[in-house]
Design a protein around this ligand. Structure first.
Ligand SMILES: [Zn+2]
Length: 422
């Protein structure tokens, strides 16, 4: 009995040493999503604060830098909303983040105008279109529905130019708000408002929006590695973007828990594991926290154009983005492109009985793996399926991030990485 207990103790200790640390994961996610990180965007240098945090973690885990430090700098143009964000219908103030978001390419402005609802007859009726083109818009706030955007784009350009005469634009959204970033700026404010939060009978719309297009803002990727003990010139690369959508005014920021504090924490867990001398891998393992993914995969594209060693030395790249759920399984982008590697992934998943279903799709330019696989680097992008649906809005918070299959994904990745080195 005693012997058995001892054995049990030994195995649970072993288990502990091999398990990733959920408390540490939660702590990384909470910190990355905290107000101090400013939504990991470009107001108040949120990107630099987040990058420094990841650099510190790399240092703590004894990752090696390639060039003196862990940072690879590059420049972006970025439209930002550092100050006032106010939208009122009549005298009623709408809630930023909840009722509305700012159009990413919105220009600054302060003022008010009469609500002018776009007449959808302009799509079919030439007379209605002529009436619209002859109307006075420079004292109006023009309101249209997002479902008409495609139809609007199909109309003659004069309609588009006419719309630009309005003092401000409001695009009504069904059901949810999805924020994004822009690298340019219109010359007037634009808002995206939830249809259910908007009173179409209001007479007057007032607004105040502080928008600042920052040119040549310097941001960064964070890069470190563990040297392989057998074939140090061969690399397995684990990537996750740390940037998110930043601030929308003084009161609102986008925490980005699932997108992508979840992936960054997973990357850090793997870094912590391989950095321990007993776990030293045969190949070198490189860890990249990409910047400016939300700007349009800018950090990862920059790296592929300015790599630290020839891209041909990358045996495989694993990109992690949106790993906070898993009730619906795990998706692999590029699975059908690199089908042999996917068969290997399926095999280790079956052996460990980790996560089901293991869903697959072809190539997609939807995260940081893209420019690598376009340049011939074998690469997967993994994201979890099911669970919460908060995405690119203020509701993507750590408190509701379930991390349902987090440990299973961690084990799957570790087994896959081991199998890739065989
Ligand atoms: Zn993302």
């Amino acid at each position: 009995m005693r012997k058995y207990l001892l054995l049990l103790c030994f195995f649970s200790l072993l288990n502990l040493a091999y398990a990733q640390d959920m408390q540490r994961v939660r702590s990384h996610v909470n910190t990355l999503c905290s107000p101090a990180m400013q939504g990991r965007g470009y107001v108040n240098q949120g990107d630099k604060i987040a990058a420094a945090y990841i650099g510190n973690a790399f240092k703590q885990y004894n990752l090696k830098p390639f060039r003196g430090d862990y940072f690879q700098h590059f420049n972006i143009d970025i439209n930002t909303f550092p100050g006032n964000v106010v939208l009122k219908s009549n005298k009623q103030e709408l809630k930023p983040g909840i009722d509305y978001i700012v159009d990413p390419a919105s220009g600054p402005g302060k003022g008010s105008g009469l609500l002018f609802l776009l007449d959808t007859a302009i799509f079919s009726d030439v007379q209605a279109r002529t009436r619209f083109l002859e109307s006075r818009l420079n004292n109006k706030v023009l309101v249209y529905h997002s479902r008409d955007r495609v139809k609007l784009a199909a109309l003659p350009e004069v309609v588009y130019f006419k719309m630009q005469e309005a003092k401000a634009l409001i695009e009504l959204q069904d059901g949810k708000l999805t924020a994004s970033l822009a690298t340019e700026q219109f010359n007037r404010p634009g808002f995206k408002v939830l249809e259910e939060s908007f009173d179409l009978t209001a007479k007057r719309i007032s607004y105040e929006l502080d928008a600042n297009l920052v040119k040549n803002y310097t941001t960064q990727n964070v890069i470190g590695y563990v040297e392989g003990k057998v074939q140090p010139d061969s690399f397995i690369v684990i990537t996750a973007h740390y940037d998110h959508l930043g601030r929308m005014g003084e009161e609102v920021y986008f925490p980005g828990a699932n997108d992508n504090a979840s992936g960054v924490s997973m990357m850090l867990e793997l870094a912590a594991w391989y950095a321990v001398p007993e776990n030293k891998p045969d190949y070198s393992i490189m860890f990249i926290a990409f910047g400016a993914e939300e700007v349009g995969l800018v950090g990862s594209r920059y790296y592929t154009q300015n790599p630290f060693f020839p891209l041909s030395q990358i045996r495989f790249l694993i990109n992690l983005d949106l790993l906070g759920t898993g009730d619906g399984g795990l998706m692999t982008v590029n699975a059908t492109v690199f089908s042999e590697a996917f068969a290997l992934l399926e095999q280790v998943n079956r052996q460990g009985d980790y996560i089901h279903p293991l869903a697959k799709r072809g190539k997609a330019a939807n995260s940081d793996h893209y420019f690598f696989s376009e340049k011939g680097v074998p690469a997967f992008f993994h994201y979890t399926l099911g669970g919460i649906t908060a995405y690119h809005n203020v509701h993507d918070i750590p408190e509701t991030l379930p991390l349902t299959k987090y440990s299973q994904v961690y084990k799957l990745l570790k087994d896959f990485i081991a199998a890739l080195q065989r």
